[in-house]
Design a protein around this ligand. Structure first.
Ligand SMILES: Nc1ncnc2c1ncn2[C@@H]1O[C@H](COP(=O)(O)OP(=O)(O)OP(=O)(O)O)[C@@H](O)[C@H]1O
Ligand SMILES: [Mg+2]
Length: 431
């Protein structure tokens, strides 16, 4: 091969490398744009809910006072009418043609009690709406959060729905994953979230083969626990599809629905820094999923990124802070890394092997010599996976080895798994 051929081949190789890098960059950009779009949508929805919350709180307050007056007076009217009726019947015999407000004796005798009862029912309906509204506005400051198990909340909610379930003949199938990491939450609020979705699911089933499937699990990729409630009911109608989380959106006016259930649910989920989504197929059913962060995901694990290549360090940092709330520090060589291991105390080190001055193998040795770093996780990265230095690293007991270049998103998922395993001390299934 001539020198010219060689340099041509080299040029082609360089070009291919550049093309691959460009494709990777474009893919990253596409993903970032999509994520930005989704966060903007969520932000808009959250702002809308907040404005509505303020408005609704004011309306609820204004309605409550006059409503109390009416609710207080109606039972009095009932009592008065009961005592008054015999007098009216007596009077009817003396002056049968007399009318009251245009109504004859017979009409009053037959209907007045019912008219009052109707008024009482209507005010009770308003009272329920106001109570729901108050509940709706209380959402954002869910008090007293404590570590709790989502599965316990599911079991309680199902117990609370027992009567409704019995009346409906709908069957509930539970598939609750054991050993979920606890969430930081308010048990009653989480029960309410599940109950609201469950009751809607029961109400959406209009046939005899009703089945509701409730499952829970853990997502390693974002450290969140989820509850999924799936029904085989009629599905969310297309007119309501984008609006179900807004207050007063209901197709149950005739059954006394206020349309506040899901907006309360949405707010309670928000108050737990969670997320709620749904999928629905007309005639097939609906599945609501609530995602709740675990402390692992919320607190953010501490990660030290060690690499002498600045662009690789920046790419890793961008990836690690993009989806997760990891706290990331960086070091550009082994000496800097050794200092930061002591001062920053990371949960995980992502360590390049080939670096000038003090290389990754030496950093591994210094990690082993520090008993205080014993439960720290280490991920080794290298562009030369076949180099004998890697054997040394494996012999020292460091076996999480990633060859560069790697798929960044997949790598971040793996980081989350490695951290989750360490924090919860259990094997977590990847979803
Ligand atoms: N699982 C479901 N299947 C089909 N439609 C649903 C389901 N869940 C909610 N919906 C639709 O979303 C609407 C809003 O639900 P939401 O719980 O907010 O109010 P509601 O159930 O109508 O009244 P309430 O205030 O008593 O809860 C419902 O009226 C229904 O049309
Ligand atoms: Mg409801």
């Amino acid at each position: 091969m001539t020198d010219q051929d060689k340099s041509r081949e080299q040029l082609i190789q360089d070009l291919n490398g550049l093309r691959q890098r460009l494709e990777r960059l474009e893919a990253r950009q596409r993903r970032a744009r999509q994520a930005l779009y989704e966060s903007q949508q969520q932000l808009q929805q959250a702002q809308k809910m907040e404005t509505l919350g303020t408005l609704v709180a004011g309306v609820a307050h204004e309605i409550n006072n006059p409503l109390n007056l009416i609710m207080y007076n109606i039972p009095l009217l009932k009592k008065i009418w009961k005592d008054f009726l015999p007098i009216l019947i007596e009077q009817k015999r003396i002056r049968p043609e007399q009318k009251f407000g245009g109504f004859a004796y017979d009409f009053l005798e037959d209907n007045l009690a019912q008219l009052i009862a109707d008024m009482e029912m209507a005010t009770q309906r308003v009272a329920k709406t106001v109570a729901d509204l108050k509940n709706y506005t209380r959402q954002s400051n869910v008090a007293e959060k404590a570590p709790m198990q989502v599965n316990a909340a599911v079991n309680n909610a199902v117990r609370l729905a027992k009567t409704t379930l019995r009346k409906s003949s709908v069957r509930v199938k539970l598939e609750l994953q054991d050993g979920l990491p606890p969430i930081e939450g308010n048990l009653q609020s989480i029960e309410q979230i599940i109950l609201n979705i469950l009751i809607n699911a029961i109400q959406a089933i209009d046939h005899r083969q009703g089945e509701i499937h409730i499952s829970t699990g853990y997502q390693t990729r974002d450290g969140r626990v989820y509850v999924r409630i799936q029904d085989n009911g009629k599905g969310i109608s297309t007119e309501l599809a984008d609006k179900v989380f807004l207050p007063f959106i209901t197709d149950k006016q005739n059954e006394g629905g206020t349309g506040l259930g899901l907006s309360v649910t949405y707010s309670l989920v928000e108050a737990h820094q969670g997320e709620i989504t749904y999928d629905s197929d007309t005639g097939q059913g609906t599945a609501f999923t609530v995602y709740l962060p675990t402390p692992l995901n919320r607190e953010g694990a501490r990660i030290l990124v060690v690499d002498d290549d600045n662009s690789i360090r920046q790419m890793l940092i961008e990836g690690l802070t993009f989806k997760h709330r990891f706290l990331v520090e960086e070091a550009s060589n082994g000496i800097e890394a050794s200092i930061k291991l002591g001062t920053y105390r990371p949960d995980l080190v992502i360590l390049d092997i080939f670096m000038p001055e003090m290389d990754g193998v030496e950093v591994c040795r210094s990690i082993l010599s520090e008993p205080e770093l014993a439960d720290m996780q280490v991920i080794i990265t290298t562009g030369y996976p076949d180099h004998p230095k890697l054997d040394e690293v494996v012999e020292l007991g460091f076996t999480n080895i990633f060859s560069k270049p790697f798929d960044l998103l997949k790598f971040i998922d793996d980081v989350a798994v490695i951290l989750a395993d360490r924090r919860t001390g259990m094997q977590i299934e990847s979803s």
